[in-house]
Design a binder for this molecule. Structure first.
Ligand code: ADP
Length: 274
């Protein structure tokens, strides 16, 4: 099931053949499957946003192939609408894309574009809003009246209402306080575990990825440098430092304890991947 969504030798060059030519992604291979949370890390300019735009078809690779369910998404006759309903994307600050007068209409936008009407559409909207735990009193409110965390929940509900197989989240906790951040990440984890949805989580925070990702990908200057379980990733201090990435404080602390002869309980190690 790892091959739900994949990049095969994918490259992307901005403004090719001009003085502004920039190789943003260079020969990247990647396999993404259901039910797994994959973290995408990398310094600013490493190619993260280029990669996620390639994965949901917003950009077309200048080299290589992007596949969904084993099919080339840029093959003649392939439906971009189908892809975008199966691979949902929640952008950083999704509130900028909320265009409807009410929360309900905003969440209904996707399913109605999929052709759902009446009760079928209403059920989707209600299920999604319940899943993200948005209080009912906000269903008819304007999205603009909500708090930052509530807006993120509405954006996630809007994607869930389309019954996607895969969700890409670009810095879903940007601008939220610690409590709001934890709440949104816990919800994302529940969504992945309970509904088997695959998640690609873009984050600059290694702390957040250490806690929530099952696997981490590190990009540096358009190349995929690492692709492994968190514990393996954090063992590669020098590589991370070369990519301008931090090792989480929890991992540093665990190392310090070990160096001083302390043992860390097995259950803590498993849970936090120290
Ligand atoms: P990240 O999301 O990790 O910050 P990006 O994918 O945005 O990285 O950028 C990768 C590289 O491509 C950077 O060097 C960036 O300057 C360049 N780039 C991004 N968008 C454009 C664009 N529209 N035109 C030219 N270069 C771009």
């Amino acid at each position: 099931n790892q091959d739900l969504l994949s990049l095969q030798h994918v490259s992307y060059i901005y403004s090719p053949g001009t003085a502004y030519e920039k190789v943003a992604l260079d020969d990247v291979n990647l396999s993404l499957g259901k039910g797994e949370i994959v973290g995408l890390a990398g310094h600013t300019g490493s190619g993260k946003s280029t990669m996620i735009q390639l994965l949901n078809g917003l950009l077309k690779p200048t080299g290589g192939t992007v596949t969904f369910e084993g099919k080339d998404i840029h093959a003649k006759g392939y439906s971009g609408n189908y892809l975008r309903s199966k691979v949902g994307m929640v952008f950083q600050y999704p509130e900028h894309q909320m265009i409807c007068d009410t929360v309900w209409e905003d969440v209904a936008f996707g399913p109605s574009k999929q052709g759902l009407t009446g009760e079928a559409c209403e059920t989707r909207v209600e299920e999604a809003l319940r899943f993200v735990d948005l209080p009912e009193k906000y269903y008819q409110a304007s999205p603009l009246q909500l708090s930052g965390g509530q807006k993120r929940r509405v954006a996630i509900a809007g994607v869930l209402a389309m019954h996607p197989e895969y969700i890409i989240l670009d810095e879903p906790a940007a601008g939220l306080d610690a409590a709001g951040k934890r709440e949104i990440f816990d919800r994302i984890r529940r969504m992945s575990r309970e509904q088997g949805i695959g998640v690609l989580l873009v984050s600059h925070s290694m702390e957040d990825l250490a806690e929530y990702a099952d696997r981490i990908i590190v990009l540096d200057d358009g190349k995929k440098i690492l692709d492994d379980r968190p514990a393996q990733i954090f063992a590669k201090r020098e590589t991370l430092a070369d990519c301008g990435l931090d090792v989480p404080e929890t991992v540093k602390l665990a190392d310090k304890l070990r160096a001083n002869g302390y043992q860390i309980p097995q259950n803590v190690i498993r849970e936090k991947e120290l």
